[in-house]
Design a binder for this molecule. Structure first.
Ligand code: PEP
Length: 257
């Protein structure tokens, strides 16, 4: 099997107005000076910044992602944005099923599955998020929750080329807490196995599995070295180009920054 190229994606969430584009310029300039071919780098700003971010990132290796899409291509859905609109604004990927969408907006795995299929329809990569809550973690339900979220959220025809799975324990997001490396290894192993059952061994083996939840410069090296961790989805630490670059530096084979 060919080696998986890792992906580190920054999820800006509902953060950033025009002035935040300066961080994107800084990130672009840093990576232009010291390219990182070993890893795919992506930034997912709020929808209001997508077009301008696309201009900043034009002709660079930095990919642009969005944070959510509606399952339908168009229609009477005030405030929603379709995958086609995101592609038109310059995105090549979209996060679907982030726990903040599942919790704040009551999104089910069925909805997430429909959004992932909308992403494919528009030619976007779907970054499908899964993760257990603190209560489910405490009650020992993590494996059941992850398995059922994968079975429900990942379309059966998903491929490694158009789908990324992001495991984000809800209790680790923005809390400074992370699972132990042993737990990350065990759970990413379970996720790999389940993807193999849903998609078949080839596509299941080719799908990148990201870890997300309080990834920061101080823990990135350890987390990214764990088997079946093919990169990271980074929230808070992606807002500053300097922090994000420190995380990306984990993938540097030389010591340049
Ligand atoms: C996220 O919510 O996608 C995330 C990973 O957040 P943080 O890195 O801030 O925990």
């Amino acid at each position: 099997m060919t080696a998986i190229r890792p992906l580190v994606a920054g999820n800006w969430k509902m953060n950033g107005t025009s002035s935040a584009l300066g961080e994107l310029v800084a990130l672009r300039d840093r990576l232009e000076k010291a390219p990182l071919p070993e890893v795919e780098v992506m930034v997912c700003p709020p929808a209001t910044l997508l077009s301008r971010a696309a201009s900043v990132l034009a002709e660079t290796a930095i990919a642009l992602g969005a944070q959510d899409c509606h399952p339908l291509p168009c229609g009477a859905h005030t405030g929603d944005i379709s995958a086609e609109m995101l592609a038109d604004a310059g995105a090549t990927a979209v996060i679907v099923g982030h726990s903040e969408r599942r919790i704040d907006h009551g999104e089910t795995s069925e909805t997430v599955n429909a959004k992932a299929r909308a992403a494919y329809r528009a030619g976007l990569t779907a970054i499908v998020c899964i993760g257990e809550t603190e209560e489910q973690h405490r009650d020992g339900e993590t494996v059941d929750v992850l398995t059922s979220q994968i079975q429900g959220s990942v379309p059966e025809d998903a491929q490694g080329s158009n789908t990324v799975l992001a495991y984000e324990p809800v209790w680790a997001i923005g809390s400074g807490l992370t699972p132990t490396p042993e737990d990350v290894a065990r759970l990413h192993g379970v996720i790999r196995e389940t993807l193999g059952q849903v998609l078949g061994p080839d596509q299941g083996g080719a799908t990148r599995i990201l870890y997300g939840g309080s990834v920061k410069p101080s823990n990135a090296a350890e987390l990214m070295s764990i088997p079946n961790v093919n990169g990271a989805l980074v929230g808070g630490a992606s807002l500053k180009a300097s922090d994000f670059c420190e995380i990306l530096a984990v993938y540097r084979s030389d010591s340049a920054t």
